[in-house]
Design a protein around this ligand. Structure first.
Ligand SMILES: NC(=O)c1ccc[n+]([C@@H]2O[C@H](COP(=O)([O-])OP(=O)(O)OC[C@H]3O[C@@H](n4cnc5c(N)ncnc54)[C@H](O)[C@@H]3O)[C@@H](O)[C@H]2O)c1
Length: 247
């Protein structure tokens, strides 16, 4: 621990597993007071057991009232890390309206609610950093069978830039991270659920120029930078952490 986030209050969404969990732990290791949220109480309990310094709270980021109530009880929040996201598999022809609505709700509307909840607090304290998780499958690159996922992750980049533009004078920074394929429980589920899991794993790795998946900790390291005072001149950006997929 080097204390790069000493004294900062940080809210993390989707902290129960994967990138959100690794980032919550990395923030804590850097001295932050971490408020970890997720829809899944069981995984939050495990996080708490292994990391007693992290505060955990069950929160559905797509539930407007719950999000509003959550922020009502918070005073100082220096950083918001938005990691909630869902991968729908298929082209536009396999994307029914309910799939479209679900993905837009989870991947975009959750960030709208969370950012809208935190911004009045950040404005009042005259500063803050918001970090949104996008994807290399977004406005940067199209991938097969990622129609609504890529659409929503492109929107996350637009949302990020819009907030960065609107609140730059209030000392509030807003950036996104676009990961390549990262090992996580939901990635493992996608592999297991495919018709040929062995081939699916090979295909995921083959599209990574470095010939391997990323780790959640490699994404967390960049999140620590964006949350810290090392990044005070960085806003509106999207940092690719993708093993070269966007070269
Ligand atoms: N894993 C990858 O390869 C990869 C690549 C690029 C981008 N991403 C993005 O990174 C983020 C995290 O993905 P991951 O694969 O590390 O984690 P994951 O998909 O394994 O876990 C997601 C977490 O989000 C929580 N969650 C789901 N809906 C929620 C809601 N409505 N409210 C609160 N929490 C909710 C789940 O309970 C779970 O703990 C997502 O936004 C994803 O799109 C992942």
């Amino acid at each position: 621990m080097s204390g790069r986030l000493e004294g900062k209050n940080i809210v993390v969404t989707a902290a129960g597993q994967g990138i959100g969990k690794a980032t919550a732990i990395a923030f804590c290791n850097e001295g932050a007071n971490v408020f970890a949220t997720d829809i899944n109480q069981e995984t939050l309990n495990i996080l708490k057991k292994d990391n007693p310094n992290i505060d955990v709270f069950k929160l559905d980021s797509t539930d407007k009232t719950s999000v509003e109530n959550y922020f009502k009880h918070m005073n100082q929040i220096d950083v918001l890390f938005n990691a909630v996201g869902f991968v729908h598999h298929g082209t536009i022809l396999e994307c029914e309206e309910k799939d479209w609505d679900f993905s837009c709700n989870v991947n975009i509307k959750s960030m709208y609610y969370m950012c809208k909840g935190v911004l009045p607090i950040m404005i009042k304290q005259n500063g803050g950093s918001i970090i949104n998780i996008s994807s290399c499958a977004s406005s940067f690159k199209g991938f097969p069978n990622r129609f609504v996922y890529g659409t929503t992750k492109g929107a996350v980049i637009g949302l990020t830039k819009a907030i960065a533009a609107d609140f730059v004078k209030q000392n509030i920074r807003c950036n996104s991270i676009a990961p390549g394929t990262v090992y996580s429980p939901s990635w493992q589920d996608r592999v297991n659920q495919s018709p040929d899991p062995v081939q699916a794993k090979k295909d995921f790795i083959a599209r990574q120029p470095m010939g391997r998946l990323g780790t959640a900790e490699e994404i967390a390291a960049v999140a620590v930078y964006l949350a810290s005072d090392d990044a005070t001149f960085t806003t509106g950006s999207t940092i690719h952490v993708d093993g070269g997929i966007s070269i």
